[in-house]
Design a protein around this ligand. Structure first.
Ligand code: TPP
Ligand code: SF4
Length: 288
């Protein structure tokens, strides 16, 4: 059985020292090992951003896609080969700005994919502009007088889009985050895990200390029932979206793959070719 070290490759991340994304990478590697995966059973598909580089830093199948398009690619991978465990990941800009249309529809489509958003509440790669997650009044180069747009609440949007698994974590909580990713991988449907991941270079407001002071952990609510949709929505709103833990899970709804009539359960690699080798070569030659 693979250990988390086998999910490492020899590419050195070029994230800034202290970036929250390092711990998210470690948590994905640990969770993959803990659920018993081998590297060839995992695909990590990412968008563009500092966070989007993650697919290149994990020893598994990977695709570093285009900005805001991690989810369409990840869904294609899953539909092509449902034997693969598919993790999609990227920044809050990637998933909640340019990619928001895909995020909402992937949530309601409910394919068996784990989507990990590395939420630093800013655009890191492009050197510090506001993201939809930035607070009102947040000053950046693109908003020198402070952002005048309201902050988007991905958890509320996910709940109203019919999400079957909604969780939130903090990159410093390696144990809690690893456990949530394991639960997300095991969940039979789409799991959204939003992870606060401080950008130490450009976001001087939402720092490690800021998150530590403001996060509200569900560990403090032993009677909380994550199957109660109304309670989940209330708790998200009560805590101004700063709640961490497994917030909502619906285990009764089937995944998209399980509802398509005639969908092949075996991965493509294990299926007979529907065309002859000659026809296949002819097809390939048309792309030369
Ligand atoms: C289609 C397209 N539009 C814009 C960009 C420029 N761009 C690259 S990354 C990025 C946002 C980065 O922020 P986020 O997704 O939150 O990731 P982070 O770098 O903070 O991890 C933008 C706007 C792009 N690469 N492609
Ligand atoms: S700019 Fe911010 S998000 Fe990007 S690597 Fe540096 S700390 Fe991380």
């Amino acid at each position: 059985m693979a250990t988390f070290k086998e999910f490492r490759n020899n590419v050195k991340p070029n994230w800034c020292p202290g970036c929250g994304d390092f711990s998210i990478q470690a948590a994905i590697q640990r969770a993959a090992a803990n659920v018993g995966l081998e590297p060839e059973q995992l695909a990590v598909i990412s968008g563009i951003g500092c966070s989007g580089r993650i697919s290149g830093y994990i020893n598994a199948y990977g695709l570093h896609g285009i900005h805001g398009r991690a989810l369409p690619i990840a869904q294609g991978v899953k539909l092509a080969n449902r034997e693969l465990t598919v993790i999609a990941s990227g920044g809050d800009g990637d998933g909640f700005a340019i990619g928001m249309g895909h995020t909402v529809h992937a949530i309601r489509r409910n394919l068996n994919i784990t989507y990990i958003v590395m939420d630093n509440q800013i655009y890191g790669l492009t050197k510090g502009q506001t993201s939809p997650r930035s607070a009102e009044g947040f000053k950046t180069k693109s908003t020198p007088e402070g952002s005048i747009e309201s902050t988007l609440s991905p958890l509320e949007i996910a709940m109203s889009a019919g999400a079957t698994f909604v969780a939130q974590s903090f990159s410093s909580d390696l144990k809690g985050l690893t456990s949530l990713i394991e639960q997300g991988i095991k969940h039979e449907g789409f799991s959204l895990i939003n992870v606060f991941s401080p950008c130490v270079t450009f976001n001087k407001i939402n720092t490690y200390d800021w998150f530590k002071e403001n996060i509200v952990s569900l560990d403090g609510f032993p009677d909380y029932d994550p199957s109660n949709r109304m309670a989940a929505m209330n708790k998200i709103m009560e805590t101004n979206g700063l709640l961490t833990g497994l917030i909502y899970q619906n285990t009764t709804r089937k995944s998209y793959e399980d509802m398509i009539t005639g969908f092949k359960s075996e991965g493509l690699a294990n299926q007979e070719l529907a065309i002859t080798e000659e026809q296949f070569n002819q097809l390939v030659s048309e792309f030369k």
